[in-house]
Design a protein around this ligand. Sequence first.
Ligand code: BGC
Length: 404
Amino acid sequence: MARILKFPKGFLWGSSTSAYQVEGGIENCDWAERYPAGQACDHYNRYEQDFDLLKKFNQNAHRFSIEWSRIEPELGKFNQKEIEHYRKVLLALKKRNIKSVVTLWHWTNPLWFMEMGGWANKKSINYFENYTKVIVKELGDLIDFWVILNEPMIYISGYSTGKFPPFQRKNIFKIRKVFNNLIKAHQTAYQAIHTQYPKAKVSISKLTNYFEPARKWCPLEIFLAEIFHYLWNERFLKKIKNHFDYIGLDYYFHDRIVFYPDIQKIEAGMGVKVAFIKNLNEKVSDMGWEIYPEGIYYVLKYLSKFQKPIYILENGLADAKDEKRKDFIKDHLFWIHKAIENGIDIRGYFHWSLMDNYEWGRMGGFGPRFGLIEIDYKTMEREPRPSAYYYAEICKNNSLTIEQ
Ligand code: BGC
């Protein structure tokens, strides 16, 4: 028997991207030298065509990021042509009646900023504030939702794994500085936006993992799961708790915590975090990441304690053959709907990603296929996958149909 799960009126249905991953032609940022993204999806030139697809697929909202290194290629010098470009992008969304969710910082930094010490430099707070103020002044009238920072904890942990620019490993002192500076930068940018637009809806996108003890009776595993939860999910959010108007959630990971650290992994530099995690991996994506839809329910339950509306700003998988994406969407939405039924104020869902794109770092590049729309990187042709049509129906009906 079919059951129809209705979503609240005005629910936002969309998909997300970030500048470096889709635009192409970004050369003046810290990722470009070691991990060049080249023309990426050429979205910089094809955004009108891509937004037509959003419309065709019934999405009423879209999350994308502004590339700081385009806007401010040199310290204090703002590029009017690039500002105009993003104005046109925002107007193109408006014209199609699609709400904009704009990320100010999705991990990439201008080269001059890194030369001055990047986020470990205290002045980063001011530099970021100046950039934010320019965006507020020049584009603020067209922005519906603000995301100041994308997943700061992943970026901060890059100073331990060395996987992110400046590609330094195990730099404990810098980790502290970067953590504190990102918090301050967020708070300062939040004020800057609110000074100009007191009613602005501002947040971050917070990667939140579902940590559970592998053995529910094991005090050590319970304790470890709580520690991971606190350090990874809670600490940053708590520090900025007076500086967000909604919660932006990115959900990808379920971490089943065990207490028998894999010393080999630690020695191989794979990090302590990995060593304590042992997932059952009954279903995995092309990246080998476990697919665990139920976890989003527990994460939403946890986030509800902050008593702010929640928007899921990223959730998705690499699935080149599009064999798992439809069920992935269905199952995650099922648990999201359950959370809504239980009184949690959830107002939007954004799939990662609208289209295939550049995936960060060593395991990434253009191999993993996260898109509802397939990209042929030779011809730049866009080919919607079957799951894009499936998601489009959900967006159109504002409901999910499940068989029971
Ligand atoms: C990031 C995206 C990334 C995705 C898949 C998220 O953590 O915000 O930029 O492509 O995960 O790895």
